[in-house]
Ligand binder design. Structure first.
Ligand code: NAG
Ligand code: NAG
Length: 162
């Protein structure tokens, strides 16, 4: 499993993954549920060598996680190519079936036409508004203008970590 070091790193990893399934694992070192789940996630990563497993340390990337609307841990997001985000869910050692079902559903080889989408426009804007990525990373800026007010409003919102 690869550790994500910055928002730009995450944006880049999602884009260069091409058509491969990418699984984002949001965790924190102090989260017991994450620790309990970790060995199983590692096993599943070994069993799915064609998928890319990426870890995001919530404690080190709080602003980014907030911008991506991650509020509970452990938390997972699946992405593939032009389809962008496929699913998003929390899961524990007891509910690992959720994760296995998601892999079974999305892990089979298939081809999504077009370039990888990665994060969506409003997520990229939220990251850029916090200075975590360069505005140049956002394609099609005119299309994005309408999200701006929405994103700026959102940055004042409190967030809680369960
Ligand atoms: C995780 O769940 C399994 C049962 O599925 C159990 O045997 C194991 O002890 C649990 N592990 C932890 C760390 O809670
Ligand atoms: C982008 O992702 C966010 C979650 O981070 C979601 O709430 C939002 O609806 C998505 N926006 C678009 C335009 O798909």
């Amino acid at each position: 499993m690869l550790e994500i070091n910055s928002a730009q790193d995450l944006v880049d990893c999602l884009l260069i993954a091409g058509d491969r399934l990418v699984i984002l694992d949001f965790y924190s070192p102090g989260c017991g549920g994450c620790k309990a789940l970790h060995p199983k996630i590692c096993q599943l990563a070994e069993m799915n060598p064609d998928s890319i497993f990426l870890k995001v340390n919530f404690e080190q990337h709080k602003v980014m996680c907030h911008a991506l609307h991650v509020h509970v841990l452990p938390f997972f997001r699946f992405y593939r190519g032009a389809d962008g985000r496929l699913c998003s869910f929390s899961c524990t050692n007891a509910t690992i079936k959720k994760f296995k079902d998601a892999i079974a559903k999305h892990g089979t080889d298939r081809c999504s036409l077009g370039p990888a989408q990665g994060l969506n426009d409003s997520e990229l804007l939220a990251l850029a508004s916090h200075g975590l990525i360069s505005k140049n990373s956002i394609p099609n800026p005119t299309e994005n203008d309408k999200f701006e007010s929405l994103v700026l409003e959102d940055t004042g919102a409190p967030f809680a970590l369960a």
